[in-house]
Design a protein around this ligand. Structure first.
Ligand SMILES: Cc1ncc(COP(=O)(O)O)c(C=O)c1O
Length: 374
């Protein structure tokens, strides 16, 4: 074995993909309800995406952040237009962890404080500060462990306030809907309370939209349902539809200075072309509306499956909770029914994270398979 063996792999080798389907080397077709972990937003090999990225590659694929790159400006304008979050500046990087790492670092620079508040069952990535704000001791190495993070239950405003009172907190970081943790979401009162408390105590509110952003919930960002204005919004997965790109939207009150943040690859021409193609398709194909329509259909149909204890999440960021571990069901969905789904920290939760182009008839394939398996 010459690969560093950190991933438990399904024995499937995918060689091509189109929209909501992926194909292995013997041309077996699978329905992709996992989206490569919530990454596929506009569907595999979308023609606009393929054409824009290929054309960009033939023009200029990369140059560093030492020259003007007007594609970055086009990208921030388009994000402003589609999200409605106009009073934010954009810093581009390459992944979700890197987005959160930069968000936390910026919060610390801005406030000159260093403690972080995060939540039980959170996942923010595997880099230095992001991993310490992740509620999973197994992935925190001794080198990261000196970082000071207080964890609270989702919804525990009193706990958050008691920590903020110490006056050494630079940021509260939260996934509006938890991803890996299991699709939990708190109340509007809680998110608005967090926004008010961070403001009162001079800390920044970072909303991690790495998984839930770019239309996955039917809103451009999941936090928008709760009518809050985070100080920093982190993004990645759906942003590039498979091209590695991440970014943070930074409230205009937070000032930049040369060298404060930086990256070699972040915001390169190809990455911008990929993300611009995503936004173009989200808009032209009205995919946020599609998310809401298929979600309503999903909720109606799932009622017929009495073995499902609870549907968690919203839009196309969904979890089906059973009263048994889903490991075997997930295997059977892949190998007997050719349907990819996801798992979560909660062993009883089956996760559904398809491309936002999915149609009702595709979900019917899942319902038929579940009826047979349950
Ligand atoms: C909410 C959230 N934040 C951050 C990350 C880390 O992103 P990446 O794997 O691109 O570093 C993930 C990845 O699953 C995530 O779901």
């Amino acid at each position: 074995m010459s690969l560093f063996n950190v991933y438990p792999l399904f024995d499937v080798n995918l060689v091509k993909a189109k929209d909501v389907f992926v194909y292995d080397e013997s041309n077996t077709k699978y329905l992709d309800l996992y989206g490569g972990h919530a990454v596929m937003s506009i569907g595999h090999s979308h023609p606009t995406y393929v054409s824009n990225v290929s054309q960009q590659l033939q023009t200029i694929g990369f140059y560093s952040n030492s020259v003007q790159n007007h594609l970055q400006e086009k990208l921030v304008e388009k994000i402003h237009q589609l999200s409605g979050c106009t009073n934010y500046n954009l810093f581009l990087c390459n992944s979700g962890a890197e987005a959160n790492e930069n968000a936390l670092k910026l919060a610390s620079f801005h406030t000159n404080k260093k403690k972080v508040i995060a939540f039980k069952n959170s996942f923010h990535g595997r880099t230095s500060a992001a991993v310490v704000a992740t509620d999973n001791k197994k992935i925190i190495a001794p080198i990261n462990a000196q970082q000071d993070v207080d964890f609270f239950e989702l919804g525990d405003l009193n706990g958050v306030e008691s920590s903020l009172k110490g006056n050494d907190v630079c940021a509260v970081i939260i996934e509006c809907i938890q991803g890996v943790g299991g699709l939990d979401e708190s109340t509007t009162e809680f998110y608005q309370g967090l926004a008010a408390l961070t403001q009162k105590y001079g800390a920044l509110l970072i909303v991690d939209e790495v998984q839930s952003g770019f239309g996955r919930t039917g809103d451009f960002f999941a936090f928008q349902k709760h009518k809050i204005q985070p100080d920093i919004i982190s993004m990645a997965k759906g942003m590039g539809n498979g091209f590695p790109i991440g970014g943070i939207l930074i409230n205009e009150n937070i000032k930049a200075s040369y060298g404060l943040l930086g990256t070699t690859f972040g915001g390169n021409h190809l990455a911008c072309a990929a993300s611009l193609a995503v936004l173009e398709v989200l808009e032209q194909e009205e995919l946020l509306k599609n998310v809401q329509e298929v979600y309503s259909y999903f909720l109606k149909k799932i009622k017929g499956l009495t073995q499902v204890k609870q549907v968690k999440g919203r839009g196309l960021m969904l979890g089906l909770e059973f009263d048994f571990p889903i490991k075997e069901l997930r295997q059977n969905l892949i190998f007997k029914h050719q349907i990819f789904t996801g798992s979560a920290k909660n062993p009883n939760l089956l996760r559904i994270l398809p491309p936002l182009t999915i149609k009702k008839e595709h979900f019917n394939l899942l319902f038929e398979a579940l009826e047979k398996e349950l």
